[in-house]
Design a binder for this molecule. Structure first.
Ligand code: FES
Length: 149
């Protein structure tokens, strides 16, 4: 069966996802949904010395979303929070060797859930106020892409 345009990295992370699971009593927690397909991603972080000490994800979603979750957790692990906050949707997709055009916005959830978890931590410790949390834009099929499985 043809693997329509999926890169080696996407297939590898889909088959062997890293950092799957839940962290009990996380320091930061982020949950984002994709309104187009209803897929859902949660990210849990533990913070130590202002770095992402541990990170886990739970994704109810398509194979691309799982590969994206796995990759974003690998990219963020060990990073200072400010650096992890700079990881963009595009960085994740690029690191996965790209996604087929109709799956591109499956890559949105990863960076968004990571940012949500960091913001959650920053609000908890009083670094930012809840109203200062910027909501990510373009969840809903930017550039008119569909989100079909
Ligand atoms: Fe919903 Fe990929 S994230 S189909």
């Amino acid at each position: 069966m043809a693997q329509i345009g999926y890169s080696k990295e996407v297939m590898e992370h889909f088959m062997n996802p890293r950092n799957v699971g839940v962290i009990e009593s996380p320091d930061g927690y982020g949950k984002v949904g994709n309104p187009v397909c209803g897929d859902l991603m949660e990210i849990f972080i533990k913070v130590n010395d202002n770095k992402v000490d541990d990170i886990k994800f739970r994704t109810f979603g398509c194979g691309s979303a799982i590969a994206v979750s796995s990759m974003v957790t690998e990219m963020a692990k060990g990073q200072p929070l400010e650096e992890a906050m700079k990881i963009t949707r595009k960085d994740v997709a690029d690191k996965l060797g790209g996604l087929p055009p109709q799956k591109m916005h499956c890559s949105n959830l990863g960076a968004d859930a990571l940012h949500a978890a960091i913001n959650n931590y920053w609000v908890k410790i009083g670094k930012i106020k809840p109203e200062e949390v910027k909501t990510e834009e373009g969840h809903d099929g930017e550039e008119g892409e569909s989100c079909e499985t």
